[in-house]
Design a protein around this ligand. Structure first.
Ligand code: NAD
Ligand code: LEU
Length: 364
């Protein structure tokens, strides 16, 4: 990958490589755009095939956060971190504290939170070194684990997408194929089960599958078999790029609505599913619940205020579908347009000098 060429193509601001031999920390912080505010995005810990794959993931996820935060109406830019390593084996206290010091060094340009492979406990360790971290323990006045809130937002957005496809937003009796039943999807399955949906689940982790079978009467299938299940809704809730040339011909669902980031391998896959008449709830619109929740910490966390905003994901998905129908464009393009227009409006609006923070003169 020609890094600067890639960064120029998608207008990235900054890429930070963090290395700490003692703890084994190898992290990449990508800051995509801070037009709307500091970059807020989670930290993913994953075993990447090689360093290039990790860099690419950080870059793609960071750009996704710019769009997610803009479309959710947050005054925040987009960034993301990946830590290279196995979250089950390679974590230690020094690693997250060393990472916290790197975040502190960015002086607020980047604020982190959880993503795949990281937990509230990891965020608490980061918090030992910096205040620029959200989703820490509620005892610190924080919002805690964002996953249940993300799940609730996905549930709401799925209902809005179902309404467009089936004429009703009731999920009772609908068959929903859920890929990955981790932190977000377990909570999503709970809402779906309570509403009377039939669940088909898969995961590479057998214990997670077993839990969903036991708790929600879900039918379990092998990971490769999730795509061609007879179902109404496909909910990708694992990693990205699962909507691609190989999987699209297998899909039988009328709706795609799930928590995973970067669901489309390439944008033309969004065109393809649109042509097939599938209602696609754009990933970064439907899965914004977690970031909406942690972002509320910047105002002094208030759960009621945050949840009211998360409820709005239903209307956000409706709006995207409306634009898609009105302008005869795929939903992913409608969502991009909403996000890009907001960023452009802010970029162009008159800039006036305002002193934020402590001016040296104010210390006298
Ligand atoms: N946690 C949040 O609040 C949040 C917010 C927005 C978006 N997301 C996105 O939602 C997705 C899930 O996040 P999470 O926090 O639940 O992570 P998680 O790690 O708890 O869950 C992911 C699950 O997917 C499984 N998985 C991985 N590869 C798979 C495959 N090929 N087939 C089947 N299962 C597979 C994993 O074993 C795991 O159980 C991620 O893409 C994440 O970026 C999460
Ligand atoms: C800020 C976090 C809650 C980020 C979350 N992992 C997301 O992708 O939206």
């Amino acid at each position: 990958m020609e890094l600067f060429k890639y960064m120029e193509q998608y207008d990235y601001e900054q890429l930070v490589f963090c290395q700490d031999e003692q703890s084994g920390l190898k992290a990449i912080i990508a800051i995509h755009d801070t037009t709307l505010g500091p970059a807020l995005g989670g930290t993913r810990m994953w075993t990447y095939e090689n360093e290039e794959a990790a860099i690419e993931d950080a870059l793609r996820l960071a750009r996704g956060m710019t769009y997610k935060n803009a479309a959710a109406g947050l005054n925040l830019g987009g960034g993301k971190t990946v830590i290279i390593g196995d979250p089950r084996k390679d974590k230690n206290e020094e690693m997250f504290r060393a990472f916290g010091r790197y975040i502190q060094g960015l002086n607020g340009r980047y604020i982190t939170a959880e993503d795949v492979g990281t937990t509230v406990e990891d965020m608490d360790l980061i918090h030992e070194e910096t205040d620029f971290v959200t989703g820490i323990s509620p005892a610190f006045g924080s919002s805690g684990n964002p996953s249940p809130v993300t799940a609730y937002g996905v549930y709401k957005g799925m209902k809005a997408a179902a309404k467009a496809a089936f004429g009703t937003d009731s999920l009772e009796g609908k068959t929903i194929a859920v890929q990955g039943v981790g932190n977000v999807a377990y909570n999503l399955c709970k809402h779906l089960h309570e509403e009377g949906a039939q669940l088909i689940v898969t995961d590479i982790n057998k214990d997670s599958v077993q839990r969903a079978v036991e708790d929600f009467g879900a039918k379990a299938v092998d990971p490769d078999d999730i795509y061609d299940q007879e179902c109404d809704i496909y909910a990708p809730c694992a990693l990205g790029a699962t909507i691609n040339d190989v999987t699209i011909p297998k899909l039988k669902a009328k709706v795609i609505a799930g928590a995973a980031n970067n669901q489309l391998r390439e944008t033309h896959h969004g065109d393809l599913i649109h042509e097939m008449g599938i209602v696609y709830a754009p990933d970064y619109v439907i899965n914004a619940g977690g970031v909406i929740n942690v972002a509320d910490e910047l105002y002094g966390y208030n759960a009621d205020r945050a949840m009211k905003k998360v409820e709005g994901i239903y209307q956000n998905i409706e709006r995207v579908i409306e634009i898609s129908n009105r302008d005869a464009i795929p939903t992913y393009k409608a969502a991009d347009r909403l996000a890009e227009e907001r960023i452009e409006r802010m970029r162009k609006s008159r800039s006036q000098f305002l002193q934020n923070g402590q001016h040296i003169l104010s210390r006298r």
